[in-house]
Ligand binder design. Structure first.
Ligand SMILES: O=C(O)CCC(=O)C(=O)O
Ligand SMILES: [Fe+2]
Length: 376
């Protein structure tokens, strides 16, 4: 009998109901991992690589969250990005609205208004509106002659585009490095001889969605969170953030769900396993439910999640897509049938549509990943 695909977040919806928003939850155990021996392979020893793989495996099987340093993303590129974004989000609404793509129902890229997103694993009604605005980007270029759609850039900020494109290029490089580390961690855990490029080959030719997010400073409120509880859908996420606020849902030894804050380490990226990688790992890796709590600060907070593998080529052909089977240890039963990126997104969108009473297209917009399905 084939196994039902099920959403990792679905399993844990109850866990996520772990108490009211707070801005001061105790810290979660999020390991700091120096990946320089993978980011700069010419410098790394085999022993150092082994060590990193073990650290990553421990993180993936615990909370699925890690703070990664030694990634090689130049500080001026990060600084340039944050400056450009800050200038954009501080611009007038009228100016920002020039970056709403004209065919908005055909893309998740471009500007998204404050409170336009609804994110909540409970699918409660009404769902909490995210107290943030966003500006999303995909690849600036086509790849191997294949079209990937276009970005919108503001024309009222000089040098905006090079800042975004340089950062996106760095994210694609880091994504590849992390895919190698995750592949080796999976090979170790399952005792399977996987080629280091295995996961990279499976997700080809899809590319990442980079979503710049601005949480304006606001009064602490008793009932709203800045972003509702959810798990990410792509294989994994690379997050740059300027301030604390991200919380993960953990279970105590007594099995009680609690929110714990993710420490912010200057210069580090917070990287988390998301649903697809958890499925491909046969649930060895954890796609942890998380949220952004009330941020009590006079300063706005900027976050830039880069969701791996979310954008498919516009000339996508269903028959050519790769379905990835669970990576199992010898004798272990796969929990899921082979699953492609598109399968998973489509299934989630359909499920959200049926649970929320909306049409699939409305839900796709809410999910913010319309690009991933536009060629279906
Ligand atoms: O802003 C953050 O720190 C996290 C954002 C997030 O979890 C998301 O957009 O999926
Ligand atoms: Fe997230």
């Amino acid at each position: 009998m084939s196994h039902q695909i099920s959403m990792a977040s679905e399993h844990r919806a109850e866990e996520a109901d772990a108490g009211p928003p707070s801005s001061s939850s105790p810290p979660a155990t999020v390991p700091e991992i120096d990946i320089s021996c993978f980011a700069f392979p010419e410098k790394g020893s085999e022993r150092c690589r082994e060590e990193v793989v073990c650290q990553a495996l421990a993180a993936c099987t615990n909370l699925g969250f890690m703070n990664v340093v030694g990634h090689g993303v130049p500080q001026p590129i990060i600084g340039g990005l944050l400056e450009a974004l800050s200038e954009f989000f501080r611009s007038s609404l009228e100016q920002k609205e020039t970056c709403v793509p004209s065919s908005q129902n055909l893309t998740s890229r471009g500007y998204t208004h404050y409170k336009a997103e609804e994110v909540d694993v409970f699918l409660t009604r009404p769902r909490p509106r995210a107290l943030r605005e966003a500006f999303s980007f995909g690849p600036a270029d086509h790849q191997n002659g294949r079209p990937f759609g276009t970005n919108t850039y503001p024309d009222f900020i000089p040098d905006f585009r090079p800042c975004i494109d340089a950062y996106y290029t760095e994210m694609e490089r880091l994504e590849k490095v992390m895919l190698e580390i995750f592949t080796l961690a999976l090979a170790r855990a399952s005792r399977q001889p996987l080629d280091p490029g295995y996961l990279q080959q499976q997700i080809q030719p899809n590319r990442g969605l980079m979503k710049a997010v601005w949480y304006p400073a606001c009064e602490p409120s008793a009932k709203d969170v800045h972003l509702g509880a959810h798990s990410d859908w792509s294989p994994f996420t690379i997050l740059l953030t300027t301030a604390a606020g991200l919380e993960v849902c953990v279970k105590s030894e007594e099995g009680v769900a609690q929110w714990r804050s993710v420490p912010v380490i200057p210069g580090a990226f917070t990287i988390n396993v998301a649903d697809l990688l958890a499925c491909w790992s046969n649930d060895r890796f954890v796609s942890c439910v998380h949220r952004v709590a009330n941020i009590v600060s006079n300063e706005p907070r900027i976050s830039v999640p880069y969701f791996s593998t979310k954008i498919m080529p516009l000339d996508f052909v269903e028959s050519a897509e790769k379905k990835v089977g669970c990576i199992c240890a010898p004798g272990e039963r796969p929990k899921y049938e082979p699953l492609s990126v598109r399968d998973y997104f489509k299934r989630n969108f359909d499920m959200y549509a049926s649970k929320s009473g909306g049409t699939t297209v409305e839900v796709q917009k809410i999910g913010g990943a319309y690009d991933a399905l536009q060629s279906i």
